[in-house]
Design a protein around this ligand. Structure first.
Ligand SMILES: *Cc1c(COP(=O)(O)O)cnc(C)c1O
Length: 385
C-alpha cells in the first residue's frame, strides 16, 4: 500500500513538475527522470509563514546535501507551499529553498511544487513516507496536515507543538523540541535543527531501509501500525465533527426549536432581555466588596448597583485564575436581598475555601437568562476593580 501510494504520488508529481518547468521557460523533459518510487520520500508542505520555520531543515545545508545525496540510503524531498502576498519574510523562505534546489548535488532529489492547495495536499499526503513539521512553539495551533497522512500510513516527525504535543509517543513517530517555549533563540533553533538531522540520519533513514528475512521493513511497518491504530480515531475530521455535533450543533438546533415554539414566545422574550441589557448595562457596577476569613473559609459579600436591571437579569461570580497548580474556577454568588447602603443595589454572597488566598478571587457581573448562551449572545461583563 505504501509503495503504491508513493508511486502514484511520484507519477502525479512528475506531471505537475513538467507543467511547472514549461511555465518557467525550462525544459519540461527534465521532469521525467526525477525521483525514484523505491526511495524514502520526505514531505514538507504548508503555508510559508515564519513561525512554521520552513528553513529549519536548511540550517546546515551541507548536512542536508549529504543526507539527500547518500547513494546507499537515498532520500528524496518534496516541498510545496505558498506565502501570503504581503508576507515578504515568508516569501524569502521560499527563495531560500528555490536556491538550495539549484545545487547540482541534489538534482532530481528535491522538488518544490508551486500552487499548494487542497488538491495538491491530497496527492502529497497519500504518498509521503515522512511528514515533517518544524513550527516554533507555541505558535502551531494544530498542524492538521500531519493528521492527514495518518490514514495513508505516512509517519510524522514534528515539533512537540499543536496536535503532535498531544499525539506523539516514541512508538508512532519522531519528535523535536522539549515541549517548552524558547522564543526566537537562535541557539535553540540550532539545537532543534541538529536533533532533526540526527533523527533522520540515525533513526528514520536506517529504519526505512532495514529489511527482515522476508525483505520487509518490519520496524517501519510496526511504527505505521502503531500510528494508524493509536491516532487515526482521535485525530480525524469524523471525530471532530461528531464532537461539534454533540456539544454544539444539536444543542443549538434544540434551542432554536424552543425559541421558535408558540409563535416564538421564548425568542421574543430573549430579544427583550437583550434590549434591556443593551439599554441599562452601563449602570451596572460594584458598589463595594467585603471579605471575612474565618474557619478556613473566605466569606465574600458584594454590593451591586444594577439600575433598572434586577437580579434575575444578572449573575455575580467570583473568578480565580489558575495559579500554583490550582485550576481556574468560578463560584456563583447568591443574591441575599437589597443592599441597605445604596439605592437600586443588591447584596450577593459566596464562601470559598481558604486554601487559596482571597486575593486570587475577582468578582464579576455577567448577564443571565435561563435560556441564553452567555457570553455568546450577551458579552457584557463588569469586573471588580
Ligand atoms: C491541510 C492543509 C493545510 C493546513 O496544514 P497545517 O499543517 O495545519 O499547516 C493548509 N493548506 C492546505 C492546502 C492543506 O491541505
Amino acid at each position: 500500500m505504501r509503495t503504491a501510494g508513493r508511486k502514484g504520488l511520484i507519477e502525479r508529481m512528475r506531471k505537475r513538475y513538467q507543467c511547472q518547468l514549461a511555465a518557467e521557460g525550462a525544459d519540461p523533459s527534465n521532469a521525467a527522470g526525477i525521483f525514484d518510487e523505491k526511495v524514502l520520500t520526505l514531505g514538507f508542505a504548508r503555508r510559508f509563514a515564519t513561525y512554521k520555520r520552513p528553513n529549519l531543515l536548511l540550517h546546515d545545508t551541507e548536512r542536508l546535501v549529504r543526507l539527500l545525496s547518500n547513494p546507499r540510503c537515498p532520500v528524496q524531498l518534496l516541498l510545496a507551499g505558498k506565502a501570503h502576498p504581503q508576507d515578504l519574510p515568508g516569501q524569502e523562505l521560499i527563495k531560500q529553498w528555490k536556491d538550495f534546489i539549484k545545487r547540482p548535488e541534489v538534482q532530481g532529489r528535491v522538488v518544490f511544487l508551486n500552487d499548494y492547495d487542497m488538491m495538491l495536499a491530497q496527492e502529497l499526503v497519500q504518498g509521503i513516507d515522512l511528514w515533517i513539521n518544524t513550527p516554533r512553539r507555541p505558535w502551531e495551533a494544530c498542524g492538521t496536515s500531519g493528521m492527514k497522512v495518518l490514514v495513508n500510513g505516512g509517519l510524522n516527525l514534528s515539533e512537540l507543538d499543536g496536535w503532535w504535543a498531544e499525539a506523539y509517543s516514541p512508538e508512532v513517530g519522531w519528535a523535536i523540541g522539549d515541549g517548552q517555549e524558547h522564543g526566537e533563540d537562535p541557539e535553540w533553533d540550532a539545537k532543534e535543527a541538529d536533533t532533526l538531522y540526527t533523527l533522520l540520519e540515525a533513526e528514520v533513514i536506517p529504519e526505512f531501509y532495514e529489511r527482515d528475512e522476508s525483505n520487509m521493513p518490519s520496524k517501519w511497518l510496526g511504527r505505521i501500525r502503531e500510528s494508524m491504530a493509536r491516532l487515526t480515531q482521535e485525530f480525524s475530521a469524523t471525530r471532530a465533527i461528531g464532537e461539534y455535533t454533540e456539544s454544539h450543533y444539536l444543542p443549538a438546533a434544540s434551542r432554536y426549536r424552543d425559541r421558535a415554539a408558540d409563535d416564538g414566545a421564548l425568542g421574543s422574550s430573549l430579544l427583550q432581555w437583550k434590549q434591556e441589557l443593551d439599554r441599562h448595562w452601563s449602570a451596572v457596577r460594584f458598589v463595594g466588596i467585603r471579605i471575612d476569613t474565618h474557619d478556613g473559609q473566605h466569606f465574600f459579600q458584594a454590593d451591586v448597583a444594577s439600575g433598572f436591571l434586577t437580579p434575575d437579569h444578572l449573575r455575580v461570580e467570583l473568578y480565580a485564575d489558575s495559579a500554583q497548580g490550582k485550576s481556574a474556577c468560578f463560584e456563583v454568588m447568591d443574591p441575599s436581598g437589597r443592599s441597605p447602603d445604596a439605592p437600586r443595589s443588591y447584596t450577593y454572597s459566596a464562601q470559598v475555601s481558604a486554601t487559596r488566598p482571597a486575593s486570587d478571587y475577582t468578582a464579576r457581573i455577567v448577564p443571565y437568562h435561563l435560556n441564553a448562551v452567555v457570553p455568546l449572545e450577551a458579552g457584557q461583563i463588569v469586573w471588580q476593580h
